[in-house]
Design a protein around this ligand. Structure first.
Ligand SMILES: Cc1ncc(C[n+]2csc(CCOP(=O)(O)OP(=O)(O)O)c2C)c(N)n1
Length: 370
């Protein structure tokens, strides 16, 4: 028997490896050296905004339940994800958000961020984009925002600008063609783009393991020649570190980064959902043990930069600012149904007239019937 006949013909081709980032364990203890950006003030700011995000979220759900808000997608348990974005992005970066980024908006959209979020989820399209002018509106269609973000990053690159584009998407969204096409072009064109995945384990009722057979979502980057990394999404430090590293890579003209943040959606998908129909209480109970706010609070207490008095004062001030923003929202006159068309196009396409006419007919019938 010749040597060639025993050889199966298989040779190693390429080796890939993927890293994950985590600084804090579930109890808030250090797993790695404290990163340079995480001063006491930074940690306190992150904590305050994460708590504000939770108080706001709770109120928004209550408003929907009492008929004072439209459908609302809670970010319960994903506060570190949004707040890390808000803290890590620079003012002139371009943020292309999906619909579960309330924490980021709190930091990015100024004093009336909460009232604007409520207006938007109350049906007022004029509030769909309320951050810096270059930011994109909240995107509800799944994954289309990644194509827009890749386009914006390409435009910035062509113009020779140093700005960065950050787009967010859920785990389910990474199964869509729009996501893969954008990731591909981000690799080919070496775009200054961060794609940040909120892997909260569910796409409505579809669990992560039924969504994708790969061991991680971060490894989708490899197929596109893009840098990928997974982070503990309940660790605000880990997400921030990954964003900071992605910024350095983009500034060094090394292209895009795909970050998969492992979180857990502690609430329903939206107020139109009932998660108890497709997942067990035991699983949710386990997830509460890993939630991001408690672990950061434990760290602050350990560092002796936080105490019970400060906690009480924070909860009171969050409740007061949420309440005042709710009043602002409730006292703003409702937008007319027609106004939803006002914020879609720079130049009105004639073809849209038919939809405007149909809406006018419908409203006439409703008014006529009342
Ligand atoms: C193009 C498109 N298809 C379907 C939907 C309906 N839809 C709304 S949310 C959602 C699941 C998204 O899950 P995931 O991407 O994991 O994000 P999450 O909501 O969990 O944050 C779907 C299918 C939609 N909004 N847009």
């Amino acid at each position: 028997m010749t040597r060639a006949m025993t050889d199966s013909g298989h040779r190693p081709l390429l080796d890939f490896h993927l890293e994950s980032i985590q600084f804090l364990d579930e109890s808030g203890a250090w797993l790695a050296n404290r990163p340079g950006f995480a001063s006491d003030n930074w940690l306190l700011k992150a904590y305050r905004y994460m708590v504000l995000c939770r108080v706001f979220d709770h109120k928004a759900v209550a408003l929907q339940r009492t008929g004072q808000l439209g459908t609302f997608p809670s970010a319960l348990g994903q506060e570190a994800f949004g707040v890390a974005i808000g803290l890590a992005l620079h003012k002139d970066d371009v943020f292309v958000p999906y619909y579960r980024d309330h924490g980021a908006h709190l930091l990015r959209s100024g004093a009336n961020a909460m009232a604007n979020l409520l207006l938007y989820w109350g049906g007022d399209e004029s509030a769909s984009s309320h951050g810096p002018p270059q930011d994109f509106p909240v995107c509800v269609p799944i994954a289309t925002q990644v194509t827009h973000a890749a386009g914006a990053a390409a435009a910035l690159k062509i113009k020779g600008r140093e700005q960065l584009v950050m787009v967010t998407i859920g785990d389910g969204g990474t199964s869509k063609g729009d996501f893969f096409e954008s990731l591909n072009v981000a690799g080919v064109w070496q775009l200054p783009l961060i794609i940040l995945v909120n892997n909260n384990q569910y796409a409505i009722s579809v669990p992560r393991e039924k969504q994708c057979a790969a061991a991680s979502l971060a490894q989708k980057a490899i197929g596109a020649g893009v840098h990928g990394v997974q982070v503990d999404g309940n660790d605000v430090l880990a997400i921030t570190q990954a964003i900071n590293e992605a910024r350095v890579r983009a500034n060094d003209h090394k292209g895009a980064t795909l970050i998969e943040a492992i979180t857990y959606r502690l609430g329903d998908h939206t107020t139109a959902d009932d998660a108890s129909r497709y997942r067990c209480q035991q699983e949710v109970k386990q997830a509460w043990l890993k939630e991001p706010i408690k672990r950061l609070q434990s760290l602050l207490l350990d560092l002796k930069i936080w105490d019970g008095e400060q906690e009480k004062a924070l909860l009171e001030s969050c409740a007061a600012s949420v309440e005042s923003q709710v009043q602002h929202y409730l006292q703003t006159p409702a937008a007319s149904p027609q106004s939803m068309f006002d914020h879609l196009y720079a130049d009105w396409p004639e073809a849209m007239n038919e939809q405007l006419d149909r809406l006018a007919d419908k409203l006439e019938r409703i008014d006529g019937g009342s």
